[in-house]
Write a protein that binds this ligand. Structure first.
Ligand SMILES: *Cc1c(COP(=O)(O)O)cnc(C)c1O
Length: 452
């Protein structure tokens, strides 16, 4: 299987090369040249690591079948119950929650980033070259990446986060690992500043090559493919009479999670509809309501991992929507980059619906989920509890453990959820550095600390 760029100007690559290069040289994102039918993976209760391997083998034809089995066994072996890494909890006759927060950092990003960590290790072994990972995080991505890479020889991770602007427990997840190859960097600025610095350093191709920089952001091909698997797993765990007309509700920021479900549906998963649940940063709500994509300003919310106004995986969706036309995709993305709004041609909203939940709504939905179903939802998952249709079989994706956001839960329902993994962090020393929010300062720090 080969992967082509959404902009159509870069040569197609195999899985391992597409994974290693991140962004394609023409600025596009890699997508599979064709989508294999995965309908035969539906039906039985296959253990999660086996299902993931069976799925990934359709796309990754660079590794042997035994290697893919080992990658998946290792990646999901870090979950407490690997066979059921994503438990499906029934709340009501037609309502189910797919819990994606049982991995090492208690958020759904572990599904992609545990695999990415193992793929990096494999790449280091194959090429004999070290890897220096550079990324920016508003919370969950950084900790999931760090836990995917901690203590791997030949790899170092440099993760930038906005000083004083992420939750204390999220900061502890990044800074209390005790791993010598992990370098958390608090920058004196916003998440946008941190992200801009990362872009700037990756844009310096000379420095990027010299430092052997690799990315872990949400456009990573392996992350998107890994995330398709739990949609199949959810289907396999549903009672047979709930599998028709199925609806998935997905708390959404960068669109990676929804895109994965939609790809799974194009590859044979019988899903009737995807509901894109946004917080007050409602770029995608507006897109699916009107067909117009118009990035705005980010306003911080109770669901910080969804505080996004440029959905980086949108480009993949756009390319499919335009029938694979790379030139048109590139043209529209150039206009988006220039800050222009764009109207999607021939937009058909039938496969998608969208909801928007502001902070007051998040508190209300947490209270409502508790009252109606006795279920405690984290602030991101709370966005998925908006406007549920009880007549339709529905799977809500739960993206984080409520214990990561105890203050918001406390405010909503007066409970203070805890988790042993997080409690253990509270007594560990914080190890990080603080740097000014400039590319020059971060570059200097990297130059002194990267693996040569
Ligand atoms: C990253 C994240 C999201 C948003 O996922 P996208 O793939 O960016 O749409 C939602 N909830 C939580 C808890 C997250 O960490």
């Amino acid at each position: 299987m080969r992967f082509r760029s959404t902009r159509g100007e870069a040569p197609p690559l195999g899985f391992a090369d597409a994974f290693a290069s991140g962004l394609a040289p023409d600025g596009g994102l890699y997508i599979p040249e064709e989508l294999p039918d995965v309908g035969d993976l539906l039906g039985g209760p296959t253990p999660y690591p086996e299902l993931a391997a069976a799925f990934l083998k359709r796309f990754d034809t660079d590794h042997t079948a035994a290697e893919v089995d080992a990658l998946c066994a290792e990646s999901y072996g870090s979950f407490p119950d690997p066979a059921d890494a994503a438990p499906l909890v029934q709340l009501d006759d037609n309502l189910f929650v797919l819990e994606l927060f049982h991995g090492p950092t208690l958020a759904f990003k572990d599904f992609g980033l545990q695999l990415v960590g193992n793929l990096f290790e494999d790449q280091i072994a194959r090429t004999g070259r070290p890897i220096n990972v550079l990324g920016a995080t508003s919370g969950d991505t950084g900790s999931a990446a760090i836990h995917g890479l901690a203590d791997r020889s030949g790899a170092r991770a440099f993760i930038l986060y906005p000083k004083g602007r992420i939750a204390e427990l999220q900061e502890r997840q990044m800074t209390c690992t005790g791993a010598a190859n992990i370098f958390p960097i608090a920058v004196e600025g916003s998440f946008d500043d941190a992200q801009w610095i990362v872009k700037e350093l990756f844009g310096d191709l000379d420095f990027k090559a010299r430092a052997g920089l690799s990315a872990i952001n949400s456009i990573n091909l392996a992350r998107v493919l890994a995330q398709c698997v739990y949609y199949l797993h959810a289907f396999n765990r549903l009672p047979a009479n709930k599998r028709g007309g199925l609806r998935f509700v997905v708390p959404t920021g960068n669109f990676g999670n929804v895109l994965a479900g939609w790809l799974a549906a194009r590859a044979g998963l019988p899903a009737r509809r995807f509901v894109v649940a946004t917080n007050q940063n409602d770029l995608l709500y507006r897109l699916f309501g009107t067909g117009r994509y118009q990035p705005g300003e980010v306003a911080p919310s109770y669901a910080p991992s969804m505080d996004i106004q440029v959905a980086s995986n949108f480009e993949r969706f756009l390319c499919y929507h335009l029938g694979g036309d790379g030139a048109r995709t590139a043209g529209i993305m150039a206009r988006v980059k220039a800050g222009e709004g764009v109207d999607l041609p021939d937009f058909d909203p039938d496969k998608f619906a969208a909801t928007r939940t502001d902070d007051a709504g998040i508190l209300r939905n947490i209270a409502r989920a508790k009252e109606r179903y006795g279920y405690v939802a984290d602030p991101h998952t709370a966005c998925a509890f908006e406007d549920i249709d009880p007549a339709v079989p529905t799977v809500l994706l739960s993206t984080a453990s409520p214990a990561k956001f105890p203050d918001v839960i406390e405010r909503a329902i007066g409970e203070h959820p805890t988790h042993p993994t997080l409690e253990a962090l509270k007594s560990k020393p914080v190890e990080n550095v603080t740097l000014p929010a400039t590319a020059a300062a971060v570059r200097e720090y990297l130059e002194a600390n990267i693996l040569p």
